[in-house]
Design a protein around this ligand. Structure first.
Ligand code: 2P0
Length: 325
């Protein structure tokens, strides 16, 4: 069967996904909204071959660790079930950014894998079904299929067919920028799935967190429609702080931040006082991510770059959905 090579971008949630309604099907307890981030890309090449006795997975030029390889194989089993093939595949995947450091490599990774595998097997599948499929690999991967500004519906069905992401603005519709500071390039201390489950089952603030997501998502959608950056930015920062507050209140408390992350929050507040419209967000790792518009990007980038503990900055803009290359 044919070789297929695809490229997918990571995404940054402005309204966060943190908590599942179904662990097995990877269904979120609430919707979320994200920006698709160029140039944070994963490139994946796949070929299904009759002579293979198992899936072969290369990650960033090396044989993948067992944990990662079995996650890829588990996902390919779902695709094999859907398509009716029993062939194993060789998968060569490369991330253009630090893997598993809270920079959403699983989002671009499983979006790329879902598209590459279904294409290679000649499956007819629309973008919404593809998004729902990518979700099975990693929840946030659902949001790396469409491109631009994206909403992922929680959905209600138990089979997950209504839990997919769709675009609410194209990559060229609004020139938003994200400046990411790398505060620790190493792998994250707690996995997202584990952190979400611990928060769901032990945090006294989990219910309140979920209630707040519904309101934030509605208001964020309106802000996108109206291109109201102040509203979107305020919702973004609030959503991140609320998510981390719910996780911090888990038992044991989950702390993704390091000292540099906290300094970045202070920095963003100082920038705003000085008239630069910048908003903080952060995911399941310590890297601060600052959302701004094009006119403030240089100011934000040089401020973040000079923060002690930041080893590198990555400047991002809105990018496209998954594509064959
Ligand atoms: C998000 N995160 O909305 C949230 C905010 C991290 C914090 O989606 O368990 O790798 O595979 O569905 O998608 C990262 O978690 O988790 C994530 P699974 P995923 O971006």
């Amino acid at each position: 069967m044919k070789n297929v090579r695809v490229r997918a971008l990571a995404n940054l949630a402005l309204v966060k996904y943190f908590g599942k309604r179904d662990l097995q099907m990877n269904l979120p307890a609430a919707g979320s909204l994200s920006l698709t981030l160029e140039p944070l890309s994963t490139t994946t090449e796949i070929a299904f071959r009759p002579e293979l006795e198992r899936d072969m997975v290369l990650l960033d030029g090396k044989k993948a660790a067992d944990k990662f390889a079995s996650r890829v194989s588990g996902f390919l089993d779902i695709v094999r079930d859907m398509s009716g093939t029993s062939e194993y595949a060789s998968v060569v995947t490369e991330n253009a950014f630090p893997t598993a450091a809270g920079l959403a490599s699983s989002a671009s990774g499983f979006a790329a894998l879902a598209y590459a595998a279904t294409k290679a097997l000649g499956m007819t599948i629309d973008k919404e079904q593809l998004s729902a499929l990518a979700r099975r690999g990693s929840g946030s991967a659902a949001r790396s299929i469409p491109g631009g500004i994206v909403v992922w519906n929680a959905g209600e069905k138990s089979d997950g067919s209504d839990s997919f992401a769709y675009p609410v603005a194209g990559p060229d519709d609004w020139d938003l920028r994200v400046v990411i500071g790398v505060a620790d390039p190493g792998p994250k201390a707690v996995g997202s799935t584990e952190a979400m489950e611990l928060t769901r089952t032990t945090s006294p603030y989990y219910r309140e967190w979920l209630d707040s997501v519904h309101i934030d998502l509605m208001n964020a959608l309106r802000a996108v429609e109206q291109r109201n950056f102040t509203d979107l930015g305020e919702i973004t920062e609030r959503s991140a702080l609320s998510m981390h507050a719910a996780a911090l209140a888990g038992r044991p408390g989950i702390l993704f931040w390091n000292g540099t992350t906290v300094e970045a929050i202070h920095l963003v507040r100082r920038l705003r006082q000085q008239g630069t419209e910048a908003y903080f967000t952060c995911d399941a790792g310590p890297q601060p991510k600052i959302v701004c518009t094009k006119s403030d990007e240089d100011t934000v980038a040089s401020a973040l770059e000079s923060l002690p503990g930041i080893t590198r900055i990555i400047r991002c803009h809105l990018g496209a959905g998954v594509t064959e290359i």
